[in-house]
Design a protein. Structure first.
Ligand SMILES: [Cu+2]
Length: 146
């Protein structure tokens, strides 16, 4: 009986070790696959980024809105703004969203200002540019905020 138990135990251990080993091999294989996949993805991302950059220069969307919040300029000379903007036909409904802007473009702006601007999609969010102040009594069709 004891012999059977020992044999059984040894068998179990060998099966376990074998399974471990083949798992390791597979792990190595999928690591290589993963590296290849990441390289592919990086190449595709680079291509896509180039396309996006091309698109942004040609597809600035004009919009009007109201400044809800504005930050100080950061180290990179960018200012963050929260703007409630009107609907942009075939592009965006009226909503409130965050933008960044070159700080020099956002100079003199304050909370509550009504503005016209151009919205540009970048790799990491939306930027606004060509910001112009609108008269304070300008009627804007903004989204209702909760
Ligand atoms: Cu929007």
């Amino acid at each position: 009986m004891n012999l059977f138990k020992s044999l059984g135990l040894i068998l179990c251990i060998s099966v376990f070790m074998f399974a471990c080993q083949s798992e390791n091999k597979e792990g190595q294989q999928s690591e290589n696959d993963a590296e290849a996949l990441i390289e592919d993805a990086e190449a595709m991302l680079e291509e896509a980024t180039e396309q996006v950059t091309d698109m942004t220069t040609s597809e600035a969307k004009s919009a009007r809105g109201q400044v809800k919040a504005i930050s100080e300029a950061n180290d990179e000379g960018m200012t963050m703004l929260t703007v409630s903007h009107e609907a942009i036909p075939d592009f965006m409904k009226a909503m409130q969203m965050d933008f960044k802007a070159e700080s020099q473009d956002a100079q003199g702006l304050k909370e509550g200002d009504k503005i016209s601007f151009e919205m540009v999609k970048t790799e990491n969010g939306f930027r606004i540019q060509n910001i112009e102040k609108l008269p304070a009594d300008t009627d804007l069709e903004l989204a209702d905020m909760m």
